[in-house]
Write a protein that binds this ligand. Structure first.
Ligand code: ATP
Ligand code: MG
Ligand code: FE
Length: 345
């Protein structure tokens, strides 16, 4: 079975082709991505209307390129998958509209996918794919969640952020340090030259006894340090970046270990953009090695938004028999859509 997947929930247009067959995990035949980051940079954040218009411009040329790269013809596609939510309504409507139009034109069924399920399953495309069950740490620009994953479509939320997401904490702190948008990767690069113990920053909810997170206070603490430093900021920027990263990573690691303890599981899967962070990977690897816990990550290129994870999630849902594709071509999108046991049945 050949699945064409389209991602357009935010500021990345992604298209991919995956194939299911004899192998237990679907195989990625080709994928392509257009990032709008440069277009939004001037505004310091994503401008929804510009995002929608750019998805419209990019999606069909990308689909043509991916089909050519995969060696498939349009007529070979068995199912067209798209991101149904969560995300920006206008941006989601572009992917949903194009997917349903393609499905109708080809007389092939379509399937709407949950964006976070895409992130969550993306490590299955890595060299070292996980096995169910596992604890998932989902750390993206909009979400920070710990989940118990018992199988495809079997997700139990263990804890989540009560305010900002981890990626948001990276981006907002980076902005305060003048590192542009989205500043997570830049902050992380600068942090490599700094001292992570230079500034004492809060570790919110570290000892709360539950598996929830809070990152809004950290951003305020960074702002306070920026004001205190004044003209000295330039010389201390790497130290402040390193201290910020250390605070975020310490909370993510400790809570992940607590989730493993609570669930009794011996496998951790990390997903979402912050999963690309080197300090997070190093500290999780070290802590989990000590406990005999296996950790799995997505390939670096598949940590942030992409079409491959959407095609993969659709293929895995179909393979597991948890969802049937639709041939009605009527579509709606879900800008807000929790990922748990009931929401995506
Ligand atoms: P969501 O999936 O919750 O809707 P999103 O799609 O915007 O949000 P992703 O694309 O998964 O999120 O991830 C983007 C986030 O990852 C940004 O906040 C970005 O700063 C962060 N990020 C990417 N690389 C790194 C890194 N190396 N270190 C820290 N943060 C990073
Ligand atoms: Mg993005
Ligand atoms: Fe995402």
């Amino acid at each position: 079975m050949i699945v064409l997947g389209i991602e357009s929930s935010c500021d990345e247009t992604g298209v991919a082709v995956v194939e299911t067959g004899a192998q237990p995990v679907p195989v990625l035949r080709a994928h392509a991505l257009h990032s709008q980051v440069e277009m939004h940079q001037a505004y310091g954040g994503v401008v929804p209307e510009l995002a929608s218009r750019d998805h419209i411009r990019r999606v069909l040329p990308l689909a043509g390129q991916v089909l050519a790269d995969s060696g498939c013809a349009l007529a070979d596609v068995d199912v067209v998958a798209y991101t149904r939510g969560p995300g920006l309504a206008g941006a989601l409507l572009v992917g949903a509209g194009v997917a349903c139009a393609l499905g109708a034109a080809l007389a092939k069924p379509v399937l709407g996918v949950h964006h976070l399920e895409g992130h969550l399953l993306s490590p299955f495309l890595s060299q070292d794919p996980p096995e169910f069950p596992f604890v998932a740490l989902l750390v993206s620009g909009g979400h920070t969640q710990l989940m118990q994953v018992d199988g495809v479509g079997r997700y139990t939320l263990l804890g989540e952020t009560i305010d900002d997401a981890a990626g948001e904490a990276f981006d907002k702190s980076a902005k305060l340090l003048g590192l542009g948008y989205p500043g997570g990767p830049a902050l992380s690069r600068l942090a490599e030259q700094g001292d992570p113990a230079a500034f004492k920053l809060p570790r919110p909810l570290l000892h709360s006894g539950d598996l929830d997170f809070s990152f809004a206070g950290l951003k305020t603490a960074v702002l306070t340090q920026v004001h205190k430093l004044g003209a000295e900021l330039q010389a201390r920027k790497a130290d402040l970046a390193a201290s910020t990263e250390a605070a975020i990573v310490e909370v993510l690691v400790k809570k992940s270990l607590a989730a493993l303890d609570r669930s009794g599981l011996q496998r951790l899967v990390v997903a979402g953009g912050v999963g690309a962070n080197r300090r997070l990977r190093a500290q999780l690897d070290a802590a989990c090695a000590k406990r005999g816990v296996r950790v799995h990550y997505p390939e670096l290129a598949l940590c942030t938004d992409n079409g491959a994870m959407i095609a993969l999630a659709a293929a895995m849902r179909l393979q597991a028999g948890v969802q049937q594709p639709s041939d009605s071509y009527a579509f709606d999108v879900k800008p807000r859509w929790p990922l748990d046991l009931t929401a995506i049945a």
